[in-house]
Design a protein around this ligand. Structure first.
Ligand SMILES: NC(=O)c1ccc[n+]([C@@H]2O[C@H](COP(=O)([O-])OP(=O)(O)OC[C@H]3O[C@@H](n4cnc5c(N)ncnc54)[C@H](O)[C@@H]3O)[C@@H](O)[C@H]2O)c1
Length: 424
């Protein structure tokens, strides 16, 4: 094992990273988790114990990032704190000579991201974004099918995520209710949708959107009610200053309805809300001149489906005939039990999640050791966040916005207040 890494932020997603690392160690002897860091020593200890029990090597525990940087012997850090700390820790780490893998969204705002991009360029250190959806083998297959022309020329995409949190705080994490902490389902979850749309359809030029915070009065409910499938990953985390049942003021946007124009000429409709009482609607399709692609839910293992104008349907292994060159890369194949050409898979969500995280770590280490770029680096991380924030910016401007203007800071009305509060 040569590459020593520290995990910073050991809450819900941090614990999932620990499981990803444990999965990685089952197949590869390349990365060593030398330290874990969280503001709460007991939160960090839970994660350190799980790593120690599974691998025999318990990471050292820190509660102070700066102290860890000064004393631990590291090659890289995985930054999985709540989003406001992303740019602060990433820049410090790169300036200290470490490579970085960071959770999505890459940064709090695009200004924070530009500072991170500059730090990566000036230090030559890797800044990889752990954007996980695209790494799902079924999303790789979907992309291969679109690239091969299986639905002809893509005309438009529908990405509709309409559901109800029943006025609960998203993921039972108070920071997700706060605008100044990059909260709100359309942003915190929407950056995944944005990345997938860009991954499948290419660059986005402009966005027009309407946004709202329909439900500012939220309740902190237990994760077992809010997201039962992830509850056991969040049961150790601490919520300073709040208890279950407390009212929480949501300042973040909870509903965003956007229309996107892609550089290819395709149109996208991205709808995100967790304030839909009595209606739940999930649609992820791309329609083209030769049919409609029904995208599988990320990390479900389900096969994509193509439906033609005459109603005929292609799914499962028949899809593979349309992409004779499609095969999973070596790392994904190893993690997916040797699979090369698959059209679906049946693996427990927890294991899928861990396998994708293992892939992301290896992608970062490979970039660090080869001097190359990770699959999702500063540019891709910023592109996805710029698209998600473009909905917010258009929502306050009441006019279409250029996604590039959002990325490069020429359009920033919505984010200015956040940057001001963060002092950047
Ligand atoms: N890729 C995905 O599917 C996915 C899913 C969930 C979360 N995330 C991302 O992961 C990040 C963390 O989300 P979460 O749900 O785990 O939140 P969380 O609140 O459960 O965990 C954040 C942890 O960071 C710690 N932390 C905060 N400030 C710190 C500091 N200064 N020093 C050390 N530790 C500090 C907190 O104590 C907490 O334990 C967010 O950026 C979120 O958007 C990604």
């Amino acid at each position: 094992m040569s590459f020593k890494i520290a995990l910073v932020g050991c809450g819900g997603m941090g614990r999932r990273h620990a499981h990803g690392y444990i999965e990685l160690r089952k197949y590869f002897d390349i990365v060593s988790m030398a330290a874990v860091c969280d503001l709460h020593a007991d939160v960090a200890a839970t994660v350190a114990d799980e790593i120690g029990d599974a691998t025999g090597d318990r990471p050292d525990i820190y509660t102070d990032f700066d102290e860890m940087l000064a004393t631990a012997d590291l090659d890289g850090v995985a930054i999985v704190t709540s989003t406001p700390m992303h740019h602060i820790f990433a820049i410090k780490a790169m300036e200290a000579g470490l490579n970085v893998i960071i959770e999505k969204p890459m940064g709090l705002t695009l200004k924070a991201c530009r500072l991170m991009r500059h730090a990566s360029r000036s230090t030559g250190k890797v800044m990889a974004v752990a954007e996980n959806y695209r790494r799902d083998p079924m999303n790789r297959l979907t992309r291969a099918l679109i690239d091969a022309g299986a639905i002809g020329t893509p005309y438009f995409a529908l990405d509709i995520n309409v559901g109800s949190s029943d006025s609960a705080v998203m993921h039972s994490t108070v920071w997700r209710a706060k605008k100044e902490q990059a909260g709100g389902m359309p942003l915190d979850a929407g950056v995944h949708n944005a990345d997938m749309l860009l991954y499948l359809l290419g660059r986005a030029d402009s966005v027009f959107a309407e946004t709202s915070t329909f439900e500012p009065n939220r309740i902190l409910r237990p994760m077992s009610e809010v997201a039962p499938g992830l509850a056991d990953m969040y049961n150790h985390r601490k919520e300073d200053g709040y208890s279950t049942g407390d009212m929480v003021e949501q300042t973040a946007v909870d509903s965003a309805f956007g229309v996107i124009r892609f550089s290819s000429g395709a149109i996208g409709q991205l709808m995100m809300t967790d304030s839909s009482h009595g209606q739940s609607l999930d649609v992820s399709t791309i329609s083209g001149s030769g049919g409609t692609m029904y995208r599988p839910r990320s990390r479900s293992g389900e096969s994509p489906r193509i439906v033609r104008n005459d109603g005929s349907e292609i799914t499962g292994d028949a899809l593979l005939d349309l992409v004779p060159d499609f095969q999973l890369d070596d790392i994904t194949s190893t993690l997916w039990n040797g699979a090369r050409r698959i059209s679906s898979y049946d693996i427990d969500f927890r294991d899928i999640d861990s396998k994708i995280l293992a892939y992301e770590y290896l992608d970062m280490v490979d970039a660090a050791e080869s001097g190359g770029q990770p699959e999702v680096g500063p540019q891709e991380g910023m592109d996805a966040l710029a698209l998600a924030y473009a909905l917010m910016e258009s929502g306050v401007d009441g006019a279409p916005v250029s996604v590039e203007d959002v990325a490069e800071g020429r359009t920033s009305t919505f984010q200015d207040e956040i940057d001001y509060e963060m002092g950047i």
